[in-house]
Design a protein around this ligand. Sequence first.
Ligand code: 5RP
Length: 222
Amino acid sequence: MTQDELKDAVAAAAIAEIEPRLERDTILGIGTGSTANLFIDRLARLRDDFKGAVASSEASAERLRRHGIEVFELNSVGTVPFYIDGADEVNAHLHMIKGGGAALTREKIVAACAERFICIADASKRVERLGAFPLPVEVIPMARSYVARELVKLGADPVYREGVVTDNGNQIIDCFEFMIDDPVAMEARLNAIVGVVTNGLFAARGADVLLLGTEQGVERLT
Ligand code: 5RP
């Protein structure tokens, strides 16, 4: 199977996971990226079975609307029963690196408001130790150089993601050469640097369920 076929298989598995739990007033949290897009495309078929969605990016909001799914502001919703999103890396504890698509801050906010985080990923995303994928850090633009110097002190090789402006008007620094032994501690450590909006470690609030697309089928890990 191709990587795209594996992504579509986990999108289908996520639909199967949530479909029996949808009610007319359900508002879902929806992530960002190619796997989330496949999920959104499959969700369109169910649009009359639930109320709408909160999106973690303008891109996902636009895709949802194109499918006729109403998009709500998180502030008017409160909590969502499910947040469904992909990942750049995921470990055995269901800690993740996210933000390859620069949507990490809104993803983390919607995930924080979710009763259950369902991570959908193809098998290439499963790792023993997080960090081979460069860890994204969203920064306030005027703090970029300062934050980069602090990241060097922590052992990272920070690279400015040129030309990318997040939905929040900020910039992204990717941390290369930064293997992470304690994701919970490092997530907090990075967020304590002045000028950091958030970082792409999703460990304090990891996933509750991982649907992992493999050649042998979709594995469900909790
Ligand atoms: C976007 C993300 C995505 O979930 C992550 O990059 C995975 O993307 P894809 O499903 O395209 O592999 O965090 O900010």
